[in-house]
Design a protein around this ligand. Structure first.
Ligand code: ADP
Ligand code: MG
Length: 335
């Protein structure tokens, strides 16, 4: 409840920062560029020193549990009927997928959230709660249904032709026409579908050299709450958990052709997302949802009556300082 109060004060948008640990292959320097003190990250590089503040900062040694503890209250909000959006932002290789999916030994936010939802639903005896799941990928403005039958065996081209349609009803609720929505009556089934969706995502990218970092992967849990009156319509809220495409800028990587187009598409959609969040924080004026597929899809979960948590990921390395400053600046704009 205390957190909900904070969320209200801050316009329902919270921004956390997570600094990835050094990988065994990375050289450590005596003077590391990043230092973390409380909710503040300081980036030092030749001749400059920049400070960024967040609602929470996770240092290199923070565990998946440490992160999840801070995410848990927002899940409670989803069960209480709010639309919720959890977004992982950052340069490729900074740990977005590690945070959202994690590994078998160190499960991330999505598998933990699934467990938590069933656990909470079980404890709640004033109403009955049911869940369903959808997963999709957004790549260069195309939507791909990751839970569609046989999706895993189709090539990207074949699937994108049967494009999914984003519709907004008069109440402002977003519906993606044609998107598979599976019932998940228990945790085992939920994990089974989630694994299937992840597999569908990765198989289409073999040989395409890290192209998966140029797409957004979205997992949606629809939460339906049925009261005592069985005839009444169920209240439905949405929980989105999004592994965004890599935020790195293009010039440095010397991208050409297809890679350049992919990079442009990602950069455009991430800046559109930044614009939407910035407009929401100002709490007035036009919110530019229509600028890209990503913001159209998330429209009813990024607005006034929803809760947004952005986790910005950065690298601890000297070589990445430029990108790190860009990511932290993006996040500060959101905050
Ligand atoms: P991204 O999805 O942002 O491209 P990944 O999640 O794939 O990045 O992470 C890149 C590498 O760093 C992976 O090998 C991952 O296991 C590792 N990694 C990222 N974050 C952490 C962390 N907090 N602790 C341990 N390993 C991490
Ligand atoms: Mg990733």
């Amino acid at each position: 409840e205390a957190l909900n109060k904070i969320l209200d004060i801050k316009g329902c948008i919270r921004v956390f920062c997570r600094v990835r640990p050094f990988l065994v292959t990375e050289k450590r320097r005596i003077h590391e560029p990043l230092s973390i003190k409380l909710e503040k990250v300081t980036v030092r590089s030749v001749g400059s020193r920049k400070e960024f503040r967040f609602d929470k900062v996770f240092h290199q040694a923070a565990t998946q549990e440490d992160v999840f503890v801070e995410v848990e209250p927002i899940l409670r909000s989803a069960l209480d009927g709010y639309n919720v959006c959890i977004l992982a932002y950052g340069q490729t290789g900074t740990g977005k997928t590690f945070t959202m999916d994690g590994t078998n030994d160190q499960p991330g936010i999505i598998p933990r959230a699934l467990e938590e939802l069933y656990c909470q639903a079980c404890l709640d005896n004033s109403s009955s709660i049911t869940f369903s799941m959808s997963m999709l990928e957004v790549y260069m403005g195309n939507l791909r249904d990751l839970l569609a039958p046989k999706a895993a065996s189709r090539t990207y081209e074949a699937v994108t032709r049967c494009n999914l349609n984003i519709q907004t009803d008069p109440k402002g609720l977003v519906e993606i026409e044609g998107l598979t929505e599976v019932k998940i009556p228990d945790l085992a089934k939920a994990k089974w579908w989630y694994t299937k969706g992840r597999r569908a995502r990765s198989t289409s990218w073999t040989n395409v050299n890290e192209t998966s970092s140029r797409s957004h992967c979205l997992t949606r849990i629809n939460i339906s709450r049925h009261g005592d009156n069985l005839k009444a319509k169920a209240e439905v809220s949405k929980l989105w958990m999004v592994d965004l495409g890599g935020s790195e800028r293009l010039l440095k990587t010397g991208a050409t052709g297809q890679t350049l187009d992919e990079g442009r598409a990602i950069n455009l959609s991430l800046s559109a997302l930044g614009d939407v969040i910035a407009a929401l924080r100002r709490k007035r004026g036009h919110v530019p949802y229509r600028n890209c597929k990503l913001t159209q899809i998330l429209k009813d979960s990024l607005g006034d009556s929803s809760k947004v948590l952005m986790l910005v990921h950065v690298s601890p390395c000297e070589d990445d300082v430029g990108e790190t400053v860009c990511s932290l600046s993006f996040a500060n704009r959101a905050r």
